[in-house]
Design a protein around this ligand. Structure first.
Ligand code: AMP
Length: 506
């Protein structure tokens, strides 16, 4: 069983069913999608690419993204979707590391030939048209074992060279099925919109939406333009989307600025799944207030894609619960196919309430890092994935993340979790965004430094921030320095780049 069979199944069952949209225009029905992916598979095979070979996708979101991915899987290949914002040298490093043979690129992302490839295909060229044209003969999907790699996902490499995470067919099948249990039910007349990059979490959600035989919408802008997304939703029926918290914020800002109420938002969006970075309590409360009950949170990582915990719509709506605020600050409970545990540095389970490293075990956990046994052995021990995230579990099974272990600040021997300070700062009037890092200090080891983005037009001052912190947080956690900035550095997936913030302090 390979992921290609999901497409075969729907193409047989409902070939006329609309599948892929380019903006509001239908780009492919399920029958057309399957015919194009099958055609590509046949040509990949004819060109000598064998099951297990790697094909890179280095392009912005594009309706053909899905046709190429499923074509590669049809031929039994491994896809390597690469962040479209990477530098040429970084993508060439990945091509070399993955020993990739072909790459599909968009010319705006890769205008020049990339080193190390046998063939580079511009996704908008006649060459791509020919590769994706339906072929004459039949090509059954290549047989794949559940533990064969389907997706080689390169980590963002913030702490060194990126590593290739081997995500298997079983991992993605499990992730897809889990969506329906822990995130949202999906019927064939629904649609997902790919605003966030398809090389990451958003693209992974093609799996459950294909399982459901639903529609896949790629915005014409290829990215996140809130006005466009709201309009697409009104035109095509309420959409669902995966969005990092910074994207959620932009959608909520748009709704507020244009005076859209929850009912109007419901015409554009059915479900917004958020995750990938911390969602602060003040921000999710505002999102729920303005856009209504259409949010679900997930926590996962490349090494266990989209699946570790989830905070359901029901939990988010349960405002009468005595621990509601704590739940809003949490990432919810373990998703169905995994166990989650908190452990000390030796991997021993800690009692409830204690803070330690988050471990995950189950069928969504990666097979390992590509050609990196040492890194695999340290990340997966006794079947448990050591996530590098720090958190604690409460008595109801809700996980609260503190931070990545490397972002923890140790000042005067005390642990300070940046997230806690960030939550407090965000409650100060006039603060739009905040990120807290540790700066080296001869006396304290590290001191807390807060980077704060003021809301447009706000007269926010350092004094106001400091007074707010004095009132709301222990003195030792209070930032010793506040830096007001126009924006926070973020990667293409909406994660604040704390390494960049730290380097700004030197
Ligand atoms: P990536 O492997 O690039 O998907 O990044 C995964 C990391 O993002 C996790 O290990 C967490 O540190 C962070 N992350 C993912 N989901 C959440 C969430 N819901 N809340 C807070 N942090 C998250």
């Amino acid at each position: 069983m390979s992921l290609a069979h999901l497409l075969v199944r729907h193409a047989l069952q409902s070939p006329q069913q609309p599948a892929i949209f380019d903006g509001t225009q239908m780009h492919a029905s399920y029958g057309q999608w399957a015919a194009r992916s099958e055609g590509l598979a046949q040509r990949l095979r004819d060109a000598g690419l064998a099951p297990g070979d790697r094909v890179v996708l280095f392009m912005r979101n594009h309706p053909r993204y899905l046709e190429v991915m499923w074509g590669a899987w049809w031929a039994g290949l491994v896809v390597v979707p690469v962040n479209a914002k990477l530098h040429t040298r970084e993508v060439e490093w990945i091509i070399d590391n993955a020993q990739a043979r072909w790459a599909f690129v968009s010319s705006d992302v890769a205008p020049e030939p990339l080193a190390g490839l046998e063939r580079q295909i511009d996704i908008d060229s006649p060459e791509a048209d020919a590769l994706l044209a339906p072929a004459a003969g039949e090509t059954p999907p290549a047989e794949r074992a559940p533990d064969d790699t389907a997706w080689l996902f390169y980590t963002s490499g913030t702490t060194g060279r990126p590593k290739g995470v081997m995500i298997t067919h079983r991992n993605l099948m499990t992730m897809g099925l889990t969506y329906f249990i822990d995130v949202d039910a999906v019927s064939p007349d629904e649609a997902i919109v790919y605003g966030a990059p398809m090389s990451h979490g958003a693209g992974l959600y093609a799996v459950p939406y294909l399982m459901a035989g639903a529609r896949h919408v790629v915005p014409s802008s290829g990215g996140v333009d809130p006005a466009e997304l709201f309009a697409l939703g009104r035109a095509l029926g309420p959409l669902s989307a995966f969005a990092a918290p910074t994207i959620v914020k932009r959608l909520v800002d748009h709704a507020e600025e244009t005076g859209l109420g929850a009912e109007e938002c419901a015409l554009s969006f059915k479900t917004i799944v958020y995750g990938g970075a911390p969602m602060y309590v003040a921000d999710i409360q505002r999102a729920l207030r303005i856009m209504g009950p259409r949010f679900v949170q997930i926590y996962g990582q490349g090494e266990t894609p989209m699946v570790a915990t989830a905070l359901s719509r029901r939990h988010l709506a349960d405002i009468g619960h005595p621990r509601h605020l704590a739940r809003l600050a949490s990432v919810g409970v373990a998703q169905t196919p995994v166990q989650v545990r908190i452990a000390d540095e030796h991997g021993r389970a800690l009692p409830l309430g204690e803070i330690g490293e988050v471990l995950v075990k189950g069928d969504t956990v990666m097979a390992g890092y590509w050609r990196n046994e040492a890194a695999t052995a340290s990340a997966i021990r006794d079947g448990w994935l050591f996530t590098g995230d720090v958190g604690c579990l409460d008595e109801d099974g809700f996980l609260t993340l503190k931070d990545r272990s490397k972002d923890l600040i140790i000042s005067g021997g005390s642990n300070i979790y940046p997230r806690e300070v960030e939550e407090v700062l965000l409650n100060c009037r006039g603060v739009s965004e905040a990120a807290v890092v540790g700066a080296p200090d001869p006396e304290w080891g590290e001191v807390v430094v807060a980077f704060v983005v003021p809301e447009a037009g706000s007269p926010l001052t350092v004094d106001m921030l400091d007074r707010h912190c004095l009132e709301h947080i222990a003195r030792f956690k209070r930032p010793k320095r506040y830096v007001l900035v126009q924006q926070l550095p973020k990667n293409n997936y909406g994660k604040v780049l704390k390494t960049e913030l730290r380097s700004m302090l030197h």
